[in-house]
Design a binder for this molecule. Structure first.
Ligand code: SF4
Length: 122
């Protein structure tokens, strides 16, 4: 796995596999936050992301939860993000949850597709 710079894991993701998809944060200006100050935002090459997923797939027995890092992964264009989601679900069919940090404006720009909508289990 190729993690670059400081990595932050929110506590609800304690058991999640972390896949670095972006570096840094698109905003990176909140005065109270220095999580990604050292990094300039960029999207990792999809080949490098896939390499990390393949490596995890060959070394980890069972992955039920994945957290895509760094900041604001939802800034990715939808087709790019879908390729990553499809790669994850093909590699880890047992994975029940994929989560990520998202900026509100990027969330609002996304459409809704039934393909990726899985109702929460109560
Ligand atoms: S990670 Fe979140 S809190 Fe930190 S600078 Fe980016 S938008 Fe602000």
């Amino acid at each position: 796995m190729q993690y670059q710079g400081k990595i932050y894991r929110p506590w609800p993701e304690a058991n999640s596999l972390l896949i670095q998809t972006t570096l840094g944060c698109t905003h990176n200006k909140c005065t109270f936050c220095d999580m990604f100050r050292e990094k300039r935002f960029r999207i990792r090459d999809i080949e490098d992301i896939f390499k990390d997923i393949d490596e995890a797939g060959s070394t980890m027995h069972r992955v039920e939860s994945i957290f895509l890092i760094d900041g604001n992964v939802l800034a990715l264009k939808t087709p790019f993000l879908v390729k990553i989601l499809e790669k994850i679900t093909a590699t880890f069919p047992e994975c029940a949850k994929i989560s990520l940090y998202a900026g509100l404006n990027d969330l609002r720009r996304k459409g809704i597709s039934n393909k990726w909508f899985i109702p929460q289990r109560l």
